[in-house]
Design a protein around this ligand. Structure first.
Ligand SMILES: Cc1ncc(COP(=O)(O)O)c(C=O)c1O
Length: 389
């Protein structure tokens, strides 16, 4: 069907996602080694499924919940935020969302007016850029410092602030680089945000997957930031609950009703069956989180070891968190990351994601996921070693 003239400018300018394009192409390749998705390959732990099954059997999931989510779940989240994020919250400061994604979208919709500028340290998760565009805001991409491990360039961020700047959005641990922004850097970022009275919207989807001596720090735990931070979290990564579509955000009590006004037209409430599953996740044993983390650490170490054998093809920064890394392609043909990744898929049967999908500073790189079985990492690297000779 010809859609010309019917599609909003807001949506028309959004490019097709390179991640989904690589997934589509990978399906055409028999037995591709698949490092393209930032999606846990483990299944949701059994006790979480059982909590959902029980809620279904008890007839609890057929209606909507409160727009902000079930109160007992928000109370559990308050305990989790205190224990793991050092955030002192109350249930009125929590909103359950359809994954972290809908929380981020609702937060951005609540904050950004058409033409407002939003600073994003890049390379970054491309959905954040699209969320700003859908809100008719202007993404301002500020490169991170790759040679220091893709850390924040705080001076460049401050220099990018104009009278139109409304917010800063970052994810830590980062998709795609795996960088964990340090407490020290985030405290400085908070000072900049407060000096210019900007909102900071965080995506902390990978908060539990942090390695070595890195520590996850939530900027929302800084008391002075209570009116300037919206912190977004998810069950997707922590408990391998991708398809359940459940996340939540924390903001000050005055902000939540406004974010709720943006949340209702898109979702009304988060899926109720998933909210019961999440209650099971938070009230049950946390061993599964440690098991996932241990696996990702092992897979990261393996991927780094294998990359150490390919120093003429890739250079990389060792990721301190998430389950993603973002090697630089040293070969000339890597300058066009999309062409490089397509060729790698078609000729070596290894599926990765072109770096350009994560902003202009991502060009010349590719993203590799290590949330896969160790065999998959080995399969991909055996093929690449052979392919690049
Ligand atoms: C940084 C980041 N945020 C959010 C998401 C999606 O989270 P959710 O499933 O909670 O919407 C992803 C998924 O890959 C991600 O990498």
């Amino acid at each position: 069907m010809n859609t010309r003239g019917h599609i909003s400018d807001r949506v028309a300018q959004i490019q097709k996602s390179a991640i989904h394009e690589m997934t589509r192409l990978s399906k055409q390749v028999d037995d591709a080694a698949f490092l393209s998705w930032a999606k846990p390959t483990s299944d949701t732990p059994e006790h979480i499924k059982q909590a959902a099954i029980k809620a279904i059997q008890d007839g609890k999931v057929g209606g909507y919940s409160e727009n902000a989510g079930l109160l007992p779940l928000r109370e559990e989240i308050v305990r989790k935020l205190k224990r793991d994020n050092n955030i002192n919250a109350n249930p009125a400061q929590i909103m359950l969302t359809v994954g972290a994604i809908e929380g981020l979208s609702a937060a951005i919709m609540a904050i950004v007016d058409p033409g407002d500028e939003v600073i994003l340290p890049t390379p970054t998760y491309s959905t954040h850029i699209r969320q700003v565009v859908i809100a008719s805001g202007k993404p301002v991409l500020v490169p991170t410092i790759e040679e220091d491990g893709f850390i924040l360039d705080l001076e460049a961020i401050e220099n990018a602030i104009t009278p139109k700047t409304k917010a800063i959005i970052y994810c830590s641990p980062s998709n795609p680089t795996g960088t964990v922004f340090s407490e020290q850097q985030l405290r400085k970022l908070a000072e900049i945000a407060l000096k210019h009275d900007l909102m900071v919207i965080t995506d902390e989807a990978y908060e539990y997957f942090v390695f070595d001596d890195h520590k996850h720090f939530s900027i929302g735990s800084i008391p002075e930031m209570q009116h300037n931070a919206i912190s977004c979290y998810t069950f997707t990564k922590t408990y391998a609950m991708t398809g359940w579509r459940l996340g939540y955000l924390h903001a000050c009590e005055e902000m939540i009703p406004h974010i709720t006004k943006a949340h209702i037209p898109f979702a009304i409430c988060a899926p109720v069956v998933s909210q019961y599953a999440a209650l099971g996740a938070l009230q049950g044993s946390q061993d599964c989180v440690a098991e996932f983390r241990d696996h990702y650490l092992e897979a990261r170490n393996l991927m780094c070891d294998r990359l150490d054998n390919m120093t003429s093809v890739f250079d990389y920064q060792r990721p301190g968190g998430s389950y993603l890394m973002f090697p630089r392609i040293l070969l000339d043909e890597g300058k066009d990351s999309t062409a490089f990744c397509k060729k790698l898929l078609m000729e070596a049967k290894v599926s990765t994601t072109p770096g350009i999908a994560f902003g202009p500073t991502g060009q010349g790189h590719l993203r590799m996921s290590f949330c896969v079985p160790l065999d998959e990492v080995n399969k991909a690297f055996d093929r690449m070693e052979k392919y690049f000779g």
